[in-house]
Ligand binder design. Sequence first.
Ligand code: BG6
Length: 462
Amino acid sequence: MKKFPKQFLWGAAASAPQTEGAALVDGKSATTWDKWFDMHPEKFANQIGPRDTSNTYVQYLEDVQLMEDMSLNSYRTSISWARLLPDGKTLNQKAVDFYRAYFSEMNKKGIKPIVNLFHFDMPWWLMEKGGWENRESIEAFGYYAKVAFEQFGDLVQQWTTFNEPIVPAECGYLFEFHYPAVVDFKRAVQVGYNTLMAHVKAVEQFKENKHKGQIGVVLNLTPVLSKSERFEDMKAKEAADELYIKSFLDPVVLGRISPKLIALLKDNQLLPLTQEGDKERIAQATIDFLGVNYYQPKRVQAVENPSIPALMPSDLFADYDWPDKKINPYRGWEIYPKALFDIGMRIKNDYGNIPWYVSENGMGVAEEERFMNEEGIIQDDYRIEFVQDHLLELHKAIEQGSNCFGYHMWTFIDCWSWLNGYRNRYGFYRVDIEDGFKRIPKKSSFWMKEVIRNNAILKGEN
Ligand code: BG6
């Protein structure tokens, strides 16, 4: 039996836009997702858009009951900025009532809410002003953070500013998966930088107002592995590591932007606009804890004929398709649990062993109804194996001194996945979108409940 530390947080993660539904109800204003769906519904799998997400706005009491049934002791979701402050200034009392009721119910049942402020859901009114490209968004986010801390600070002890702050920059300004779907490396870097400063602003608000609890951020740490030890491949690896890992990890934990990243951006004429004093503010705004989302590693190799200066990240490193990889064929992502051990050791050795937790890990599978038994329970043994293998690696890292305090699955109840709609399902519970958003436990929920009850995994117990 592999025991986990006392008071280990076991739970799951989700986000407001992917679960609440009620997208334009009770005063909530539109986000980029609502508008983009209106413009281009064909981009969204089965044309299921953000309005049809899993109805948690209505069914939250049932959801918290299911969390208790599974013995979760913690849960992360986010607040919708466009719901709380529909025009960026005016407080929406209905939103306050909803989130207070939701978080209070969790507390009542011994489920610690970890609350995130931004999960890819830019309010439309701010996008019209340029979104994260405009420094005005930093102040606007700071105000939103202040209001959220004031309204819910008595119910929430652990806050995170952003979920995967690099993703809107990458997916919105390089790879066309998020609005505004432009392709421009320099603009992507500016968006990333301003997002970092918005995070800094929120941390300042938290610290200046001496709020109770802790403040952190959730980063998708996608460990970079190179095809070989050859100098050119290792150079590609270093560039990917600077862009994908150190870009946010260094400033939020160490209080400074990596000098190698600055040199890389300078060499490629990609340096963002900054303001006097930013450097000092970054140095002061280090976090209390870190959330790490981990799904898959990034394998890279040297680029054959790169553009110089780089026009795209693919001019700095090329993807490497490792022939021996184990893959989740539905999402197309490699399954490589050992990376979780490596992440744990890197945080311990290079980042002052800051308290951290696995804030997302999971496996999205399509057409899961294929695996339903006669009682209607999905037999998701693949998910059990996935979680178990990752927990074993995490356990090893903890044994070797890594300061990890929890593990959250993505996700609790199947949720809406952006352009992928409800295609890939990740939940411990199935949601039946054709039958009143009915929630049905999967086999993995019973397995996980045992893990939580034992605070341990027993290899082979499924
Ligand atoms: C994480 C995000 O990166 O991955 C979630 O925080 C997302 O919002 C999850 O849903 C799974 O990825 P996808 O693209 O399959 O939904």
